[in-house]
Each structure stands twice: as structure tokens, then as C-alpha cells.
Design a protein around this ligand. Structure first.
Ligand code: PGA
Length: 238
């Protein structure tokens, strides 16, 4: 594991973006999984302001990690709309180069299977970019989530719903369920970039850095990942 501790927001965003840009340089047709949340906003801004970003991302393919069940891509509060607004659209990624979860699909079990098939058709994820929940979640894999699952429906914890109510849905009730890429798929990513920002993440980061796999802390499913970069605020490990 490589861990980069940063002492400013600018350094955090730059470290995260450098990792993504290096991956794209090594493999221009990288398959990348994108997160939603406050943490990746600076990364996305840094990337879309990078010179030649359209050329850099032209061959890449993008999936997103998760979304709220029942919320359509056309709803600005969906996670699909979020990744489009903050990254895919300003980077001019073509619709043919993205497959986002259809959280309003009438048959969500079929959508989960189709999503896993799409990921398999692209030979899996090259780079999974992840935020971290205060409760240790990655994507919407909440504490106790099975580590052998692909895409599935999940019940959101009240902690996650509260955290997201503060800024994602502007006070609107947060849906009770999510659809999420599973830990199996995330662990199979050839590279993982874990972004840890915010004081609420201190305990989850500590548990992770202790290095003991524990289903109560989904992020520990990555402890033994062979190609993992962590970018974290240095105050979290002080
Ligand atoms: P945040 O969320 O980036 O808004 O802190 C991270 C997460 O819950 O995965």
C-alpha cells in the first residue's frame, strides 16, 4: 500500500489527480469507477481543469459506484447526475464511454446483473476511485456487507443517510436504499485509489490502517489489495 498524507486541500486534490492521470497515461483506455461525495469534488475540478483533459480521457471508460434506488439519472440529485455534472460532462466524455447505474430501473435485480455484465465486458475495473464513509463503508457497501457480492441493492444506515442529507440532497429525504457496485468487484479492480478526507473518517482510517480484515468495517476488505494508493489528510493519523 502507498499512503500519501497531505496537509492542504490543494495537496490532497493534486495527489489524487496525479494518481488518476498516471493511470490514464499508463493505460489510456482505463476502465474507471467514479465516486460521489464531497471528497472527490476537488479531484474532479483538478482533472477537468487539466490541460488536454478531453484528449486524456478520450479512450477511457467510466462506471459509477452507486446511486439511490428509485432516483433517475435525470434527477439532479442522483449520483449519476453528480458524476456527469462534476466530471464526465466537463471532461467531454462521450455517452458511449460511460455506463452509469440505472437506479430507477423497474427490475433492479436485472439491472444489477446487467451492470456486472457490462463491467465484465470491459474486462473489469482498472482503477476504482473510492471515498470512505465514517462507518467504514466503500461505495454503498455498509458495515456487514458481504465481500463476495457484485452489484446489489443495499439498505442505507441512518449514519450514511444523515451524512448525505447534509449536502447531497439539499435537505430532501434521503432514500432508504442504494444500488451499489459490490466489494467483490471493487477488490478485483487492478488498482484502487482510496480518498480519505474529513475528521469524521478518523476512526475508519485507523481501523483500516491497523490492517485486520473485519466485515464490520467494509474498507478493511481492501487491506490486502496488491495495488492500493491511499490519499488522506495528515491530521487524521496525527
Ligand atoms: P464524502 O462521502 O466524500 O461526502 O465524505 C464519502 C462516502 O461516504 O463514501
Amino acid at each position: 500500500m502507498q499512503i500519501q498524507l497531505t496537509n492542504s486541500t490543494a495537496a490532497f486534490d493534486k495527489a489524487a489527480a496525479t494518481c488518476v492521470l498516471e493511470s490514464l497515461k499508463t493505460k489510456p483506455d482505463s476502465v474507471i469507477a467514479l465516486p460521489t461525495g464531497r471528497t472527490p469534488l476537488g479531484l474532479y475540478k483538478y482533472l477537468v481543469e487539466s490541460p488536454r483533459i478531453k484528449a486524456i480521457t478520450r479512450e477511457a471508460f467510466f462506471f459509477n459506484l452507486d446511486d439511490y434506488v428509485g432516483v433517475s439519472e435525470n434527477n439532479p440529485q442522483s449520483f449519476a447526475a453528480f458524476v456527469k455534472r462534476h466530471f464526465l460532462n466537463p471532461a467531454c466524455v462521450q455517452p458511449a464511454k460511460m455506463r452509469l447505474l440505472r437506479a430507477d430501473a423497474p427490475d433492479l435485480a436485472a439491472e444489477a446483473i446487467a451492470y456486472d455484465e457490462a463491467i465484465a465486458d470491459h474486462h473489469g475495473i482498472d482503477l476504482a476511485i473510492l471515498g470512505l464513509g465514517a462507518n467504514g463503508h466503500i461505495a454503498f457497501n455498509e458495515p456487514g456487507a458481504k465481500w463476495d457480492k457484485g452489484t446489489h441493492i443495499t439498505t442505507l444506515t441512518s449514519q450514511t443517510r444523515q451524512a448525505n442529507a447534509a449536502y447531497v440532497l439539499d435537505g430532501t429525504a434521503v432514500p432508504a436504499h442504494g444500488i451499489t457496485m459490490g466489494i467483490k468487484t471493487i477488490r478485483e479492480a487492478r488498482q484502487v485509489l482510496l480518498l480519505v478526507q474529513g475528521i469524521a473518517k478518523r476512526q475508519a482510517l485507523r481501523v483500516f490502517l491497523d490492517g485486520k480484515p473485519d466485515p464490520a468495517w467494509p474498507v478493511t476488505s481492501l487491506c490486502e489489495h496488491p495495488n492500493l494508493t491511499v490519499v488522506a489528510e495528515e491530521t487524521l493519523v496525527a
